[in-house]
Design a protein around this ligand. Structure first.
Ligand code: 5AD
Ligand code: SF4
Length: 494
């Protein structure tokens, strides 16, 4: 490795030029965790494309492997270290064949563990955090020059924004795409690592978001999901000449995005209840393109636990917001995250969570056992609960949430829903897409029609509802829809 690096450094610019013009290099990125990481991985591939890197499906034989990691829940770093162990074998295999494999660790584990990764896994060449991947070309060059074989570390929170330094997105993933609009978090929930790994809240200027969305629309994208760790805290600089107070909230941004021709659907994730402002709630009622599905994590239904979590809202505050949202958009399908077994959670606290779930009626939800994250306030609480209690509560909660999800899917049977067909399914004659309510829909079509239908919005008659998906066929007239608005009776309160 060191010899290869010295050779590259010796050959200098001539070698770099040759790489960018001719040699294609294989890049494998493994993405863990949230959609933000999926977006970041795509941007990393864009940044590396001018150096000749092209994405491949396997780490074996790759010239560069990036693990884009997530630190939010259990044993994240241990998973990364065991993956690095497996990759070391591939790296040795490459070296034995006279080649080289650059190994990089990115994302939140990289941010949190930094130097420790280089110490424990000397096969790693580069460690970089979520805020510095626009510097990847420089990091790759530095790794190539590092004659001592020591890895390169870059986990700053730079003053410049990576968004100002990223190339325009190169690959269009399909009819549905993500656009990152906000990053970081200032909320400091007592269980969460995000404010430490992703840093302070930052919103991209509205003009940059609109420009990215227009480019995606021109490339055929019909559905955009706006991403941010705390996306509804968005307060981006208003475009030049726009009326307002110098910044736009998310509701205003959504209205502007809805004016872009070709964009048929808008979504956003993940939101905090405290940031559901009037303008955003109104947008749910007034912007047809804003899909009737919202992931709005509540975490717990107990006021005592919500306070200990530093959530800064009560169960009643949350229910009030849900009521206002449903008044604006009666068929809104809701989703949430829950944590069970937070330090000090009693049976009565847990019962309050079940009560809230019953009061809301979720279409879908994610639930987790509390796991102490090093460096967060809740991790040092004395009253940690046993694994057995956490497991029992999780099972109880998941049973209720599962029943609600199934009930939500079941009432869709017999309805016609507009489905954006994203890709062929696993079975022949099957396409997979999403309903307005974010349900995954398996659509049966004649095999010959598949290439023509990928990327289209079609009306689908729903024939079956399962715990995690729906199944159906295009309606006889099959009219594609551009501005779906589904019947309000799809709302469920199980
Ligand atoms: N333990 C368990 N779940 C957690 N989450 C975040 N931190 C923790 C933790 N320490 C969950 C929250 C959050 C989701 C992304 O992950 O529910 O909303
Ligand atoms: Fe973490 Fe979300 Fe709380 Fe921010 S708002 S600290 S990202 S759980």
């Amino acid at each position: 490795m060191a010899a290869e690096r010295q050779e590259m450094a010796r050959q200098g610019p001539a070698r770099t030029e040759q790489v960018s013009e001719k040699i294609k290099k294989r890049l494998f990125i493994k993405t863990y965790g949230c959609q933000m990481n999926v977006y970041d991985s795509a941007r990393m591939a864009d940044v590396l494309a001018p150096l000749g890197y092209e994405a491949v499906d396997s780490p074996r034989g790759a010239d560069m492997v990036i693990l884009n990691t997530c630190h939010i829940r259990e044993k994240a770093s241990e998973k990364v270290f065991s993956e690095l162990g497996r990759l070391r074998a591939f790296k040795q295999e490459r070296a034995a064949g006279g080649g080289d494999m650059l190994l990089a660790v990115a994302g939140c584990v990289a941010q949190a563990e930094g130097e420790e990764i280089l110490r424990r896994a000397p096969q790693v060449d580069i460690v970089f955090g979520p805020q510095t991947y626009h510097r990847l070309p420089e990091l790759v060059a530095r790794a190539a020059r590092a004659a001592d074989g020591r890895g390169v570390l870059d986990i700053d929170f730079p003053v410049e924004s990576k968004f100002d330094h990223l190339p325009e997105e190169a690959a269009v993933p399909g009819p549905a795409a993500f656009v990152s609009v906000q990053e970081g978090c200032d909320k400091f929930c007592s269980f969460c690592v995000v404010p430490y790994t992703r840093g302070a809240e930052y919103s991209r200027p509205a003009a940059a978001v609109l420009a990215e969305a227009r480019r995606l629309a021109a490339a055929g994208v019909q559905e955009i999901t706006l991403l941010g760790q705390n996306v509804n805290a968005y307060h981006g600089e208003a475009p030049d000449g726009a009326a307002g107070h110098g910044t736009w909230g998310l509701g205003r941004l959504i209205r502007a995005l809805a004016e872009i021709d070709g964009i048929a659907r808008l979504r956003y994730t993940t939101s905090h209840p405290r940031d559901m402002d009037d303008e955003l709630i109104a947008a749910h009622g007034e912007v047809d393109k804003l899909m009737p599905y919202l992931h709005l994590p509540v975490q717990s239904g107990s006021d005592r636990i919500l306070a200990a979590m530093n959530r800064r809202h009560s169960a009643a505050d949350y229910l009030k917001i849900v009521e206002r949202l449903r008044r604006a958009r009666p068929d809104l399908a809701l989703s949430s995250d829950f944590i069970v077994g937070f330090p000090g959670e009693s049976d009565a606290d847990f019962a309050d969570t079940l009560k809230l779930v019953n009061a809301v009626g979720y279409a879908q939800a994610y639930s987790f056992k509390y796991s102490p994250r090093p460096g967060t306030p809740a991790a040092v609480e004395r009253d940690q609960l046993s694994e057995a209690v956490k497991a029992e509560r999780l099972a109880g909660l998941q049973q209720l949430l599962g029943a609600q999800a199934l009930a939500f899917n079941a009432v869709c049977v017999g309805r016609d829903l507009p489905v954006l067909l994203e890709r062929p399914g696993r079975r022949p004659g099957q396409l997979v897409g999403r309903s307005p309510y974010m349900q995954s829909v398996h659509v049966t079509v004649p095999q010959v029609a598949i290439p023509r239908l990928v990327g289209r919005m079609v009306q689908v008659r729903i024939e079956a509802g399962y715990p995690n998906s729906l199944a159906g066929r295009p309606t006889p007239d099959g009219a594609p829809q551009t501005a779906p608005r589904a019947p309000s009776s799809a709302r469920i309160t199980a």
